[in-house]
Design a protein around this ligand. Sequence first.
Ligand SMILES: [Zn+2]
Ligand SMILES: [Zn+2]
Length: 779
Amino acid sequence: MSISAVKIRLVGIVQGVGFRPFVYRLATRLGLRGYVVNRGGAEVEIFVEGDDDKINRFMMLLEREKPPPALFEEIFIERSSPLNLRDFRILKSVYDRSRRSMIPPDVAICEECSREIKDPSSRFFRYYWNSCAWCGPRFSMIYRTPYDRENTSMRKYLLCEKCRHDYEDPDNIRRFHAEGISCPICGVRTYLYDNRGRKIDLREDLVDFISKEILKGSIVAIKGVGGYHIAALASRDDVVLELRRRKKRPQKPFALMAKDLDVVKRLVYLNEKAEKILRSPQRPILILPKRDDAPVSEYVAPELSSLGIMLPYTGFQILLLDKIPDGFLIMTSGNIHGRPMCIDLDCVLRELSEIVDYIVEHDREIIHRVDDSVIRFTDEEPVFLRRSRGYAPMWIKTSFDIGEYVAVGAELQVAGAVSFENKIIPTQFIGDLDDPGNLQDLERELRWFIEIYDIKPRAIVMDMHPLYHNRDVAKKLAEIYETRLVEAQHHHAHITSLMIEEGYEPDEMSIGVAIDGTGYGVNGEIWGGEILLSRYDRFVRLGSLRPFNLPGGDSSAEYPVKSLIGMMVLRRYSLEEVIKILKTRDLVKTLPYKEEEAEITYWLSYKKKGVETSSLGRTLDGISALLGVCSIRTYEGEPPIKLESLADRGVYLRNIDLEIPLLYQDDRLMIDASYVIEYLINNFSKNIDTKDLAATILYSIGRAFGEAVIKAVRGYRISRNEILVSGGAAVNTHIIRGIREIARENNLLVKINRKIPPGDGGISVGQIAIASSITGSYD
Ligand SMILES: [Zn+2]
Ligand SMILES: [Zn+2]
């Protein structure tokens, strides 16, 4: 038997998740000697000595049995000489002040805690906010780092005798030094209010009462981890329609929460990958294909082939769903249209009293609003639509030292970001910045991260768009922190966000496709269908969708028919033809001023009085309108989303001539997607199935982008055999499949963002990369 020793350094989420007691247990179980110590930053050092076989076993089990929220980003293993230690110990933390730690994200209630709240013999029986080292809120309740109880909103709850005992007992693997623990005696209190703010004294159990009310059709605000949900019955049309009426939200889908995977399986099609994501400690909303026989109201996600579902992540949610016979509820965020989700009772009473009948309130303060994260599958790979609860504020590692910067993002679905060393930290999801509340949140959160991480920004970076609301935030931050402002081009930032994820070095060159609804081009045009050759510090626009002239620019996005008219002008249809086609397709009525508006739009576009746009979003708007899929937009991205949803049920028609032409014009390669419009107009009489048409069109657009990349990049040297695809439309499965097909024929891979959203929620990461490379953080 040979005795040896190893030193292991683990970097990642290894603090504040019960990791040291776990290591202690594992080592003593195997009869190994040594120590474990927190090393500040996001690092734990382990030293073990003993029998070789046992050390190998230890290393294996370290990964396999680690606490659920623990995550190893990096593992360094070093052979060492035995120190002849007598036992295994948890050493006092050594904090190197210069090291900056990862702030742990919020973690869903773990299985053990869930079991306790259902066990009448447990002292945590029916305790709604039960948590342990392995689970519970973190980021949403932290005032400052490090993550110790006195730095969180748990500080006002003094541990009772039993909790104190658990906290100090190293054998209590889940509660030893668990900062967020509490119990029904010493912990978070829950109250019920009516919608006028009057407290209701209940004689019965709160969950019993609320579940009965929900079953009767009541709509209820429920305070959770990072904000409030609005809960309602999802199986009754009248309830869902009433919620839509009260929330003034005619079409946008509502998320569901389902009791368990069996219930989920009755609603959507589920595979192993999806199950794993649903059950993960992050518990995001996952968008999955809806079953035709799903027992859910059709008004939950009108005209969509998918449903957004999550599993419960607090004790309250678990106990509530247990009382709902269907096993699922609508759980949509507690906000009014466009406003931030409420995080306190004042906000609920001010903004939601007309929407909800009751309010379930608890007295733990929410310090950071953290919305539910949303993930979907794109060509069978998970992609973020919104990165927030469970993931924020984990950092993204860069392959080089990026330096200290602050980015304010774009305009919609914003998350900001800060950076230092080789890390970029995107904030949680903030929202659309045309709302002053979201704008304030962006500034507040960025300032919090700047202070917490003691960042001395070398620059504040913003989008080039002159009208974006966060320019003021950027200017203010530049003044406060006495630093310069830098502008980043929207689509370049999309591509560089993916270059960061893929570990591109500063001297590497990528070829990328940036596709989205809208972004400000360097020439004042609206871009959104771009082929870019990029390094971090510069880019060349090698190609794009062929632009059409859109009167009213972005403000026309609400009326997809305007994009359609713009595309028809590009295809040289006469006014008479345009009006005739709009009439046969019954589209004139979708414009507020009907035929007159159609005519004015035609002439403005014809005389090029509008804005030139190469946006894929607007292009898909026009196609959606002509196909009759969506001709009035009630939420961001609705026409393309509905087009994709339809396409999901269609097949790619290989025998029709939908090859989108490419042409050289103005020194770049252009993809002429307006050809699709002409194709449709010429072939309506053939009665091709709309589902198949939708699928084939999206796939053909993808193929056209793929072919354009191959042509455009000829003669240039790119660093890697891959095409980077980013931007909000990069989540579209059919477009990605089209690009992939062409890429495969040319021995190229297609990459899309996986750690951050490909949409505007991920753009701040790319902005930082651009700012860092052009202001040079190396001197
Ligand atoms: Zn737990
Ligand atoms: Zn207690």
